[in-house]
Design a protein around this ligand. Structure first.
Ligand code: 23J
Ligand code: MN
Length: 263
């Protein structure tokens, strides 16, 4: 393929709508659901605040602008390798040091929506990932793998989204073996529609929080609280997920986009 011609063709397909830009982000604001950790273990990320500086008024007569209070791991967001202790020493593992070529990559979408509706603690296994590959094609090095659960449909209510009871949060996610297998394919990252990349009950897994522990140990990335994965094909979309270039940042809210062939 001649790259200049291919890119010009992409431009035409985008302008004509034959390639659609799908928004995979949720709204970032005071009502965005946030992770709640056991108080004996950890301090939580603070509630998001949007503060007005001016809105065409005495504080700025011709302009409107705000300032934000927002944790790195809020809403639809990117997990960098240094987020976890297992990835802390990667020089190219922070939001400001990850090679930008890794922010644009093909995405594999594993549909677990039926299972996740029937079982809120549904776990994606390595065998299930291999069965998906047998049906749709192999996961290639440098690609993303994301788990479609339709969980984003609950994001209007923090209680429904976190789905916690006296036994903790109940949300779908991957097993440690599934993550190990995904790493072995050379995939660049793992994404989910839930509050984090791990299942609700992942604190009790071995290792605890395997998506975080193992992916970041392998210098791979995470995406959490993705939306609208039901609008993507199993294969064939390109995902753009670029975190803010926060100095030594561990993650960042992210406007994740997908380029999807139409028709
Ligand atoms: C900190 C501690 C545990 C978890 C998380 C953060 C996340 O899910 C996150 O947003 O990276 S599970
Ligand atoms: Mn995170």
């Amino acid at each position: 393929m001649e790259s200049g011609e291919t890119l010009a063709g992409l431009g035409e397909l985008l302008l004509s709508g034959k390639i659609e830009v799908v928004d995979l982000a949720g709204v970032l604001g005071p009502d965005t659901p946030l992770l709640k950790l056991p108080p004996e273990l950890a301090v939580d990320t603070p509630k998001i605040e949007i503060h007005k500086i001016s809105a065409y008024d005495d504080n700025g007569p011709w302009w409107a602008w705000n300032w934000l209070k927002v944790g790195e791991h809020s809403g639809t967001h990117f997990d960098a390798p240094i987020h976890w202790i297992t990835g802390k020493d990667y020089a190219d593992g922070a939001t400001d040091t990850i090679p930008p070529k890794n922010f644009v990559a093909p995405v594999n979408v594993i549909d677990c929506s039926t299972e996740s509706e029937a079982d809120h603690d549904f776990l994606l296994t390595a065998d299930r990932v291999k069965a998906w590959e047998a049906e749709h094609g192999a996961i290639a090095p440098g690609e993303w793998v994301v788990m479609r659960t339709d969980w984003y449909k609950r994001s209007g209510s923090e209680d429904e989204f976190l789905n916690a009871n006296e036994t903790g949060p109940h949300t779908p996610g991957p097993t440690a073996e599934a993550i190990e297998y995904i790493i072995s394919t050379g995939a660049i990252g793992w994404g989910s529609e839930t509050i984090g990349t791990d299942a609700g009950q992942a604190a009790g897994m071995e290792p605890p929080f395997p998506a975080h522990n193992l992916m970041h140990k392998a210098n791979r990335y995470g995406l959490a609280s993705l939306a609208h994965l039901d609008r993507l094909p199993p294969k064939g979309a390109i995902m753009i997920a670029a975190p803010l270039k926060i100095k030594h940042g561990t993650g960042s809210p992210c406007r994740v986009l997908a380029l999807v062939p139409k028709g």
